[in-house]
Ligand binder design. Structure first.
Ligand code: SF4
Length: 499
């Protein structure tokens, strides 16, 4: 069973109802705007166009095309009349599809198509997510703020600092508590912040007890006005391990300053294995294992994510029984951006000196091995609620099918990581969606495209809305100019079987 034509009137009625005097009540979210002719609703996503409720943005489909070499290439943006491309290379996204709230109504588009000889269905909608947020990974060693500290935008708390990962600081922003559990302004600012970050815009955040950072997906973080350039090559101990061989014979001691694990070469296992003579230089902090020190200083914006600007300050003592005049000492950060060469004088005091070329070359190699610092923004949301009723009359079957990997979930065509366990908790990299794929409603909640793709026979078994399936060609012909076609991101996996 499936529909044989696109009924524009019935489609518009999925989103709203006429109320007389040309006014239409938009049903696409609980705000229930009453929209006069020629006006748009509170979210600007729907408008009353001559007595018909329309989505103000076009629906977006993505086309996979091949160049002469058989490689996927982007398809030029523009309107498409449905005849220019093989339907088997087209994917209809939830972007601009609209939301059929409350979700007992079938999703806006339930698209049927054949792929590699398999009848498939893609259920397409724009989900409204109160349970959503972004996880932000900021590639920097600099101390942005204490773990669990409040992260603010426009003065409102929108999230918190979470764990420091290897060379990166993580932030957790949004979530239902900030969207709905605080003041109205907190919810509005949280929604604005999530929307901007998800759409690839820059947002300035401040961290209580820490610093200001400008975050933008795919761009370097800017910490207190300074763009971060390099992600560290590793922790201080790892840096010692990586470069120990190259320092052998060129330096008598190397200290790699790092807020997490400062490495001291001659004492480290790497120096031991290479047969290095103990230097007698003891750094501050708590010794974890030989040559690996925690808490050599307070966290900060200085060397290696510490508050140190004078690296000699981390030397606690120099043992005269072990050290010797003329001992050659290198101090470096984990990115090689900060480095100091010293030689011990007769009183065993480290005296700064010109760095030998061979040592400089190794410091430069640290820098060469650092990857560019970037911000990564992953959108995370719970799609296990009423949205499922727009897909099937028996929602738990959809949940199980997604968990089993039979039904593929995408957001604007981007692959999603589906968290194991209950519900449909998904996470996706915002840079893998077309730009400006996200919207919002004033409840407040984020609106995000979501698609469920599965074989037609399975869709029927799940209790899907079979009568609503519309062949792709019919849908496109019916939508006409209300559909825009963009190029498929070649690094995204194609959600269908290939042919
Ligand atoms: S806020 Fe937007 S989606 Fe919600 S009722 Fe108004 S126009 Fe419709």
């Amino acid at each position: 069973m499936s529909a044989d034509r696109f009924d524009a009137k019935a489609h518009a009625e999925k989103f709203g109802q006429a109320e007389g005097e040309g006014i239409i009540r938009c049903d696409a979210c609980p705000v229930l705007c009453r929209i006069r002719p020629g006006r748009a609703g509170a979210c600007s996503r729907y408008a009353n166009e001559g007595g018909r409720l329309v989505r103000t943005d076009p629906a977006v489909a993505l086309a996979r095309t091949l160049d002469a070499g058989g490689r996927a290439v982007a398809f030029a943006e523009g309107e498409w009349d449905g005849r220019l491309l093989d339907p088997a290379r087209v994917f209809v996204t939830g972007i601009g599809a609209g939301t059929t709230y409350p979700d007992y109504k079938p999703a806006p588009f339930i698209v049927g198509a054949q792929h590699a000889g398999v009848d498939t269905v893609t259920v397409v909608t724009e989900g409204m997510f109160s349970y959503c947020g972004v996880k932000v990974k900021i590639d920097t060693d600099r101390h942005l703020g204490p773990e669990a500290a409040a992260v603010r935008a426009q003065g409102e708390q929108v999230g918190h600092v979470t764990t420091a990962e290897y060379g990166s600081q993580m932030l957790s922003l949004g979530g239902v508590r900030h969207l709905t559990g605080g003041s109205k302004r907190e919810g509005v600012v949280t929604c604005e912040t999530l929307l901007a970050l998800s759409n690839g815009a820059a947002v300035e955040l401040t961290i209580d007890g820490g610093h200001a950072v400008i975050v933008q997906a795919g761009q370097p973080p800017i910490v207190d006005g300074t763009p971060e350039r390099r992600m560290r090559v590793g922790c201080g101990s790892a840096t010692v391990g990586i470069f120990a061989q190259q320092w052998l014979g060129e330096a008598d001691e190397v200290i790699v300053v790092d807020d997490h694990i400062t490495g001291v070469l001659s004492e480290h296992q790497a120096g031991k294995v290479l047969g290095m003579r103990p230097s007698g230089i003891r750094v501050r902090g708590r010794r974890s294992t030989p040559g690996r020190y925690f808490q050599v200083a307070a966290p900060g914006l200085g060397w290696g994510g510490t508050d140190i600007t004078d690296p000699l300050a981390i030397i606690e003592r120099i043992d005269p029984k072990l050290a010797w005049p003329g001992l050659r000492l290198l101090l470096t950060s984990t990115t090689g951006e900060d480095a100091l060469w010293c030689v011990l004088d007769e009183q065993l005091r480290p005296i700064p000196a010109g760095m030998p070329a061979k040592v400089r070359a190794v410091v430069d190699r640290i820098g060469e091995n650092c990857e560019p610092s970037l911000c990564t923004v992953l959108f995370m949301a719970g799609a296990g609620g009423s949205l499922r009723a727009g897909v099937t009359g028996n929602p738990v079957l959809l949940t199980r099918s997604v968990a089993a990997g039979e039904t593929r979930v995408t957001m604007g065509g981007a692959p999603c990581y589906v968290w194991p366990g209950g519900g449909i908790t998904v996470m996706t990299d915002v840079l893998r969606l077309p730009r400006n794929a996200f919207g919002h409603v004033p409840t407040p909640a984020l609106v995000a495209p979501i698609e469920f793709t599965l074989p037609r026979a399975l869709y029927e078994r799940l209790g899907g809305h079979m009568a609503e399936i519309l062949p792709l060609e019919t849908l496109i012909a019916g939508l006409g100019g209300q559909m825009r076609i963009e190029g498929w991101q070649p690094d995204n996996p194609w959600p269908f079987p290939r042919r």
